[in-house]
Design a protein around this ligand. Structure first.
Ligand code: 4NP
Length: 159
C-alpha cells in the first residue's frame, strides 16, 4: 500500500508570525524537492483568527519571493489531530498546549519542529512578535533550515 503523503501542521501561539513562515518555507522546500505533501499552520490561541500574517512576516517572505499575504490565522482544532500526519510546535509552550488538547483518538506525530527536523531537542523558534524586522529574519532562517531538514527526512521516510 502506498504510504500516505505527509501532511504537516505548523503551530505557534498566534499563527501570524512564526508558523505562517514555517508553512511557507516547508511548502517551498517540499515543492522544490518534488515531495507530494499537504501543509497548513495554526495557533494555539484564538487572538488572530481570520487575520493576515503580521506585516513583518509578509515582508520577510516577500523578500524571498514568497507571497503569504493571503494566509489567514486559525486556531488548532480536534480534527487536525487526525487529518495531519505531523503537528510541529515552534516552541515548548506551544508543544505543551498542543499535547494538553490532544483528543484520545489523535493519530498525528506531535513534536517540536527543531527536534523533528534536526534532532535539536532544546531548539525553539523564539517569538519575534515584540521584536523588529531583524528578529523576523532570524525566524525565517530558523524555519527555512528546519524545513529543508524536514523535507530531506520525509523523502527518505525517516520521521
Ligand atoms: P506567533 O507570534 O505565535 O509567532 O504568531 C505571536 C503573535 C501574536 C501574539 C503573540 C505571539 N499576541 O500576543 O497577540
Amino acid at each position: 500500500m502506498k504510504p500516505e503523503n505527509p501532511a504537516i501542521l505548523f503551530v505557534c501561539l498566534g499563527n501570524i508570525c512564526r508558523s505562517p513562515l514555517a508553512e511557507a518555507a516547508f511548502r517551498a522546500a517540499a515543492t522544490a524537492a518534488g515531495l507530494a505533501h499537504h501543509t497548513d499552520s495554526a495557533g494555539t490561541a484564538a487572538y488572530h483568527v481570520g487575520d493576515p500574517p503580521d506585516s513583518r512576516s509578509v515582508t520577510v517572505a516577500a523578500s524571498y519571493g514568497i507571497d503569504i499575504s493571503s494566509y489567514r490565522g486559525r486556531q488548532i482544532c480536534a480534527q487536525d489531530y487526525r487529518s495531519f500526519t505531523h503537528i510541529l510546535a515552534l516552541d515548548r509552550a506551544n508543544l505543551a498546549d498542543i499535547r494538553r488538547h490532544a483528543p484520545a483518538d489523535s493519530t498525528a506525530k506531535i513534536a517540536l519542529l527543531l527536534d523533528m527536523a534536526d534532532g535539536n531537542e532544546d531548539g525553539e523558534v523564539a517569538d519575534p512578535y515584540y521584536g523588529d524586522l531583524a528578529d523576523f529574519e532570524t525566524t525565517w532562517s530558523a524555519v527555512r533550515r528546519a524545513a529543508d531538514a524536514l523535507v530531506a527526512k520525509l523523502l527518505v521516510g525517516r520521521t
